[in-house]
Design a protein around this ligand. Structure first.
Ligand SMILES: Nc1nc2c(ncn2[C@@H]2O[C@H](COP(=O)(O)OP(=O)(O)OP(=O)(O)O)[C@@H](O)[C@H]2O)c(=O)[nH]1
Ligand SMILES: [Mg+2]
Length: 202
């Protein structure tokens, strides 16, 4: 099954995006397969509301393993099942907590095997902190890797926040030639464009 990885730094909104995108695609309940760095798996079922409550957090490093949700994407006259793979958030440098380090290395190992990459950044913090400082080396590396691949898009998230428009302008200047989709994971803004992008690339 096609694997679509949701990747980016911690706290940019990967998990909220995954849950709300799954709802946007028609899911009423979410069955999440949790896959740990040692390869063990188990699954849990949530209502959409429970998933938002239990799986997202205002503090960083909430997600610590792969969280896989199967969804249907329209394709031609029919539909195709794909796996949305939510991942542990990345950081620049090395985290002191071993569990977080293992989770991050699991994320990185899975980028290589993904068919599609949705790379999420927080557009709202860019104007305040500066683009290079906000993104850091890791986002530049993912963008470089993604550009060489078929099926890579940069999602500028949190577009509902006041500073995000300026952040989006900066991203467009910095990443010329990269396909950028402005979204708000919170309000499901830009989701139709993401759906079309995924549909074109599967
Ligand atoms: N205003 C606004 N807040 C958002 C948006 N997307 C996510 N958030 C908030 O940002 C915080 C982090 O969201 P998560 O989805 O948990 O972020 P994550 O990237 O999965 O974080 P890790 O799992 O720690 O890597 C939460 O408080 C979300 O409610 C958005 O589009 N707009
Ligand atoms: Mg998360």
């Amino acid at each position: 099954m096609t694997r679509c990885i949701i990747i980016g730094k911690t706290n940019v909104g990967k998990t909220l995006f995954t849950i709300n995108f799954a709802e946007f695609l028609g899911l009423k309940k979410i069955n999440v397969v949790l896959e740990y760095h040692d390869g063990s798996q188990h699954s849990r079922s949530y209502t959409i509301r429970e998933a938002r409550t239990y799986l997202t957090d205002p503090l960083p490093h909430k997600t610590l393993c792969l969280q896989i949700v199967t969804v249907n994407i329209p394709k031609g006259k029919g539909k195709k099942k794909i796996k949305l793979i939510d991942t542990s958030g990345l950081i620049n440098g090395i985290h002191p907590d071993e569990n977080i380090r293992k989770a991050i290395s699991q994320t990185l190992a899975n980028v290589r095997t993904a068919d599609l990459i949705l790379h999420i950044v927080d557009a709202a913090v860019i104007p305040k902190n500066g683009i290079v400082e906000t993104l850091g080396e890791i986002d530049y590396q993912i963008a470089q890797f993604g550009q060489m691949k078929y099926g890579y898009a940069l999602l500028a998230n949190k577009m509902d926040l006041p500073e995000a428009e300026r952040g989006l302008d900066k991203l467009r200047e910095e990443f010329k030639g990269i396909y950028i989709i402005p979204v708000s994971a919170l309000h499901k803004q830009g989701f139709n464009e993401v759906k079309k992008f995924v549909s074109r690339n599967i």
